[in-house]
Every structure is written in structure tokens, then in C-alpha cells.
Design a protein around this ligand. Structure first.
Ligand code: SF4
Length: 701
């Protein structure tokens, strides 16, 4: 292909945030390659990133025009944008007048660009007067957000990817970066290859692909992480392998933590988590000997009824050893989505306020409300992801606006979500593709521009902000999410949405960050386009960005010390397994699929890896059920069923089964939808669902 023009952009899949060069020829045909100058991926791309252009090129599934139901029970018909905005504004105004602002809500996505996230929060919290804005990031990162806030005083990832090459011990917990964050994993793999003494500990109930480079795989029983990390912490204290100076000068609550850790012996903890005392001691010795120690975690920790506690216990290991704010060290949550971080920066959840200000703080709310010039902001947290759909089902929430996410497949207890959407008075779905099953329930369907069809910014897992270029025009009448939101706000009669470009939205967000710990007033589109990506904070025009936080050992707490938080629960508080449902179901991702497959599911090259959903089951559990490899099995929980082929494997323990989370309605039925089975239990603080622990039974079809 002869290149007509090249654009720098960022991959739209995982939180690694790889830089991409998108090439366009004279006919507008696109190809992609890894950006060799991007500090994250240095030219590399994984299979998903490499095939992104196919998603853009194939328009067969795209929503091209607004569609509307003139009344419930009727088919949607094509309407103009004017009619669509009129209807949306009329419905929202009517609901707000009759039932109050909390009768409406927005359910958005960690794939939204920062500017889009900013606008939806400003619109809901600052003008409509509701905090009912939540996001699918609730499903993956909210436990980590709470963990960081409790221990460090703010939701701040301390580390930079360049710390990977400086570390000599990694603990990868509840994450499978080999499949889910492949470029990051390749950097760890290459580092280990060059430095074979680097120790890698993987904590996971499954023997995943990431175990290929592990020196130690701690195959814990699902949900028992706290017991394991506490036992490791105890061993470090017993052996005096802790950083006494750091603890004395830069932390609070050590004595209380020590007391709680001493209440359980290592052998007791070993019985709870299913890891031998010898392996617990070995893990502690690897950490004790490390000059640079990094913990990495993802959904395996966060998606739990005690997700916050698991974060607390893991963060304590970094604080005990003083491995934070120094080269090659620190806790590092791996975000699953490309802009979950950007969303958090603009307050993109029901309990957050813009620029890391505190929703519970009157003064903070006043500052943001004055800046926006709209209404007073309520201090009452809004409905979280699962609460929003519960409220739709009960009738408390009347109208929901779903942007760039597919809750019908991704939320737990999907049959309940389906009922909620049927029950809703009005559903708006704003998306790029009919492949999202949720579009079926839209009373108003709005066609959005996709990746490479609009510009904006995203922040990856290491706080790195990258600009995404518009490369091609969106098809049909599709509009960027920002334009849709500001047009709707104007139709509602709200002032403060007179933007002409997304860059204006970005500038406004930057101004609001002034003086905060995420200050990016020194960053603008020109710098991002000319100089590349930057890690926040970037407080002045000539500031190079901040690769590592807390190097001065000043944390964002009242005392400026980091805090040891004692986990409230050591044992899981998940659904109980019973005689009827004796197996623990855990769900997760596969290498070449993404979320609910609305994009990756249409790329043939990606389907060659794994085409259909399957259930991983141990040999013992398969034998007990007279199941052979490849048999169709029925998996059943209290909430529903799925039917998939089974894969007998020795990588999973007896009593545990694994189902990928990506598949929704396969050939029109929901036989592979993992969330037919999953429980609605959530962590009591973060409200993140317990996806990794549902009681099920498996039997032959
Ligand atoms: Fe995209 Fe993540 Fe793959 Fe990088 S590692 S190319 S960001 S999916």
C-alpha cells in the first residue's frame, strides 16, 4: 500500500496503551503498525492491536443513522439527528421534572476518550444534578481505586513501565498479562531473559500462560489472596526483612497491622489459601532479597466480594518493604481498558468528582460547580453499575443512557440485566455497532464514531496521556461521542457546552486540574502532537512529565504518610458452594478477544485463535461427571445456564472451572454468555462485582 498520510495514535484495547502509526492511502484505506518512537511499546503490537484497522475498515455492522421507537413495542425507525436530540431532551426533561434528576442515569465506558468522559460527568453532575454516572470501569478497577485512596491518600499509580527493566522481583497477582496485557508481558519476559536472576511470582488459581516465565506459581484457592499476602507479610516481619526506616518515617498504622498479622500463623494461612508453607516462605524470601519489587494485579484481585481487602493486603507488601517511590519498585494495577485511568481523572464514576477531588467534600464540590457554572453538585454518591440496573428493574431509575459498552453481556447476572432493560421507561444506546446486544433494547439508538474516526486523549495504566488522531471520517451520519453529548446538552438548554472542537473540552479539563496532584496545565494538544505522550502531572509548559510518583515519600494523606490498612476479611465472603452447585466458576479473558467481541469478534484473523466459548475443567471433575474432552456440557448456577464445549486441563484445580467472559448471544442464543451464571454479589466498598467466584454445577448435555 502506498502511504498517503501517517497519523500517530494509541491502541483502543487494553490499558498498556501502545502507540500506533495509522497509515492511510489515497483511497482512504488504512493499515496500522507499532509506533517505534512510543516509549510503551517501542514498535511492538500484539495480535489485537495489529488488526485494529480491520475493525475500522469493515463497516458492515456499523450503526449509520439515529433510530428511534415512536412508542414501546414498535420497531425503531430512522430519524434525523434533530429528531433524536429533541426526543432525548424531551424524555430526560420530562423524567427530571416528574421524578427528579436521580431518575436518569448514564452508564459509560473505559473506552471513552477523556474529553467524552469529562463531558458526560459535567452534564450529569454539574447540570442535570445527578451523580448517576457510572462506567464499566466499575467492573474492573474500582477496588484498586479504593485501595490506592486508603493507602496512598489518592488514586495514584506510583510507577512507570520503565521500572520493569529496573526490578528484580515481580509478584503478578490475579492477572494474566501474557494474554491480557501482552506488550507489557513481553517487556517483563525480555527483562527476565536478559537477567535470569529476576524472580517472578505468579498468584493465580489457574496455571495461566503468564506462569511460563514464573519462578514460583502460587495456585491459591479462589478468593483467598488476603490470607496469602498476610502470611507473606508476617514472614517478612518475622525475619526482619522489612524497611524499618521507611515504616518509621513514612507510614502510619504499622503496629496495628503487625498485631493483626500476628493473630494468624503461616500454617493457618496456608490451610486457607491452599499454598504450602514452604512456598509462602519462598515467596517472602524472593521479596526480601529484591532491590526492586513490583506488584502487578488486575481483575483476579479486583473482581471480588473482598476486592478492596485484597488490594489492601497486596499494597501492604510494598509499604512494608519500602518498595514505592524508587526505581524498579512499586504497586502497579493493570487497567484492562484503554482509558479507565482517564475516566478516573475526570471523576468518571458515581462516587468520584473531577480531577481527583472528593465528592464528599463540600468545598471541593463548590469549586467544581463554580468552575462549570451549572448547578450545585450533590454530595450523595450516584448509582454504581450494578445498582443502576437494579434501579431500572425496580422502576426507581426511569431512563438510562448507555455509551460505548454492552452491559447485556458484560454485567453479572445478565438475565437480571435483560429484565432491567425491558423494564426501563427509556433506553438510549450510543455505540458504533449493532454487534452490541444491548442495542436490541434501545428506544433511541445513536450512531457514534469509532477509534480513528475522532480525536481526543487517553491515559494508560502508567498515567501516560497520549493523543489519538482522527484518521478517517466516520461512516453514515455517525458523530463523535463528544459532539453527541454537547449537542444534547445544548438541546437541554444548558450553558457551558458551546464547544466547537474536542480540543476546547480538553483545555477546560486541563484548567480544572490546576494546583491538584494531577495538574496537567502544562500539557496541550500541540505538545502532545509534537512531543508525544506524557505522564501526569505536567504542571508547566516546559515540564517533561512525571515518570514516578512519591519519590519524595510524601503521600496524599492528611499526615503525608502512607497508611497500612488492615483488611477486614481474610476468608472470602462470596456465594457459598453447595451440594447442588459444588464448583467455583471463575471468568476471564482470552488472548485475541476483547470485552464482548463487538470489535474483535468480526476480525477473522483473531477468530483463528479461539472461535467459540469453552469451559476449562480439571480431569477429576470431568471424570466424576463422565465428561470427555470436547463434550457439550451444561453449566448451571442459581441464576441461569450456559452450554459450551468442555476443555479438560491440568491447569485448573479440582473444584474450580473457568469460562471466558467475551461471548454473548452466539447464533442468536445466549448459550455462551458467562454472565448468565455469575453472582450479583459486590465488594461492599468498591461495589465491584464478584466475577471470580460463583457456585455452579456442570453436567453432560
Ligand atoms: Fe493494544 Fe494492549 Fe495489545 Fe498494546 S498490548 S497492542 S494496547 S491490546
Amino acid at each position: 500500500m502506498s502511504v498517503f498520510k501517517s497519523y500517530k495514535t494509541t491502541c483502543s484495547y487494553c490499558g498498556v496503551g501502545c502507540g500506533i502509526i495509522a497509515n492511510k492511502d489515497a483511497k482512504g484505506v488504512m493499515t496500522v503498525s507499532g509506533d517505534p518512537d512510543h516509549p510503551v511499546n517501542r514498535g511492538m503490537l500484539c495480535s489485537k492491536g495489529m488488526n485494529l484497522h480491520h475493525v475500522v475498515q469493515d463497516k458492515s455492522d456499523r450503526i449509520l443513522y439515529p433510530e428511534m421507537r415512536w412508542s414501546k413495542g414498535h420497531d425503531r425507525q430512522r430519524v434525523s439527528w434533530d429528531q433524536a436530540f429533541d426526543k432525548a431532551a424531551a424524555v430526560f426533561n420530562a423524567m427530571i421534572r416528574k421524578y427528579g434528576p436521580d431518575s436518569v442515569g448514564f452508564y459509560v465506558s473505559g473506552q471513552c476518550l477523556t474529553e467524552e468522559y469529562y463531558l458526560v460527568n459535567k452534564l450529569a453532575k454539574g447540570f442535570i444534578g445527578t451523580n448517576n454516572v457510572d462506567t464499566n470501569s466499575r467492573l474492573c478497577m474500582s477496588s484498586a481505586v479504593v485501595g490506592y485512596k486508603q493507602a496512598l491518600g489518592e488514586d495514584s499509580v506510583p510507577i512507570t513501565y520503565d521500572d520493569i527493566e529496573l526490578a528484580d522481583c515481580f509478584m503478578i497477582a490475579g492477572a494474566n498479562p501474557a494474554w491480557c496485557h501482552p506488550i507489557l508481558y513481553r517487556r517483563i519476559e525480555a527483562h527476565k531473559e536478559k537477567n535470569p536472576n529476576t524472580k517472578i511470582i505468579v498468584v493465580d488459581p489457574r496455571k495461566t500462560q503468564s506462569c511460563d516465565i514464573a519462578d514460583l506459581h502460587l495456585q491459591i484457592l479462589p478468593g483467598t489472596d488476603v490470607a496469602l499476602y498476610n502470611a507473606i507479610a508476617r514472614r517478612l516481619i518475622d525475619r526482619k526483612k522489612i524497611d524499618k526506616n521507611f515504616i518509621a518515617n513514612h507510614t502510619d498504622n504499622f503496629e496495628e497491622l503487625k498485631k493483626s498479622l500476628m493473630a494468624m500463623s503461616i500454617s493457618e494461612a496456608s490451610k486457607i489459601c491452599g499454598v504450602s508453607v514452604a512456598d509462602i516462605k519462598k515467596a517472602a524470601s524472593y521479596i526480601a532479597d529484591a532491590k526492586g519489587f513490583i506488584t502487578m494485579w488486575a481483575m483476579g484481585l479486583n473482581q471480588s466480594s473482598i476486592g478492596v481487602n485484597k488490594n489492601n493486603a497486596l499494597l501492604n507488601l510494598s509499604l512494608l518493604t519500602g518498595h514505592i517511590g524508587k526505581p524498579g519498585s512499586g504497586p502497579f494495577s493493570l487497567t484492562g481498558q484503554p482509558n479507565a485511568m482517564g475516566g478516573r481523572e475526570v471523576g468518571g464514576m458515581a462516587n468520584l468528582l473531577a480531577v481527583h477531588k472528593d465528592l464528599a467534600n463540600d468545598e471541593h464540590r463548590r469549586e467544581v460547580a463554580n468552575f462549570w457554572g451549572g448547578k450545585e453538585i450533590s454530595g450523595k454518591p450516584g448509582l454504581t453499575a450494578t445498582e443502576m440496573f437494579d434501579a431500572l428493574e425496580s422502576g426507581k431509575l426511569k431512563a438510562v443512557w448507555v455509551i460505548c459498552t454492552n452491559p447485556l453481556v458484560s454485567l453479572p447476572n445478565a438475565n437480571k440485566v435483560e429484565k432491567a432493560l425491558k423494564q426501563a421507561k427509556f433506553v438510549i444506546v450510543q455505540d458504533i455497532s449493532y454487534r452490541s446486544e444491548t442495542t436490541e433494547y434501545a428506544d433511541l439508538l445513536l450512531p457514534a464514531a469509532g477509534w480513528a474516526e475522532k480525536e481526543g486523549t487517553m491515559t494508560n495504566s502508567e498515567r501516560r496521556i497520549t493523543h489519538l488522531s482522527k484518521v478517517v471520517d466516520p461512516p453514515g451520519e455517525a458523530m463523535s461521542d463528544s459532539e453527541i453529548l454537547w449537542n444534547f446538552a445544548r438541546k437541554m438548554g444548558y450553558r457551558g457546552f458551546d464547544y466547537n472542537t474536542v480540543e476546547e473540552v480538553y483545555k477546560e479539563h486541563c484548567t480544572l486540574t490546576k494546583g491538584t496532584s494531577i495538574d496537567i496545565t502544562g500539557l496541550n494538544y500541540t505538545r502532545l502532537k509534537n512531543e508525544g505522550s506524557f505522564q501526569w502531572p505536567v504542571p508547566q509548559n516546559n515540564h517533561p512529565g512525571t515518570s514516578r510518583l512519591f519519590e519524595d515519600k510524601k503521600f496524599h494523606t492528611d499526615t503525608s504518610n502512607a497508611k497500612f490498612v488492615i483488611p477486614r476479611f481474610v476468608k472470602p465472603t462470596s456465594e457459598l458452594i453447595t451440594e447442588k452447585y459444588p464448583l467455583i466458576l471463575t471468568t476471564g479473558r482470552v488472548r485475541d478477544q476483547w470485552h464482548t467481541r463487538t470489535k474483535t469478534g468480526k476480525v477473522n484473523k483473531l477468530l483463528t485463535h479461539i472461535r467459540d466459548p469453552y469451559l476449562e475443567i480439571s480431569q477429576v471433575d470431568a471424570f466424576l461427571r463422565k465428561l470427555n474432552d470436547g463434550d457439550i456440557a451444561v453449566i448451571e448456577s442459581k441464576r441461569g445456564k450456559v452450554q459450551v464445549k468442555i476443555k479438560i486441563t491440568d491447569t485448573i484445580s479440582k473444584g474450580v472451572v473457568f469460562l471466558p467472559m467475551h461471548w454473548g448471544k452466539v447464533l442468536g442464543n445466549d448459550y455462551g454468555r458467562a454472565n448468565n451464571l455469575t453472582t450479583s454479589i459486590v465488594d461492599p466498598i468498591s461495589k465491584e462485582p464478584d466475577f471470580k467466584f460463583s457456585a455452579v454445577q456442570v453436567s453432560k448435555y
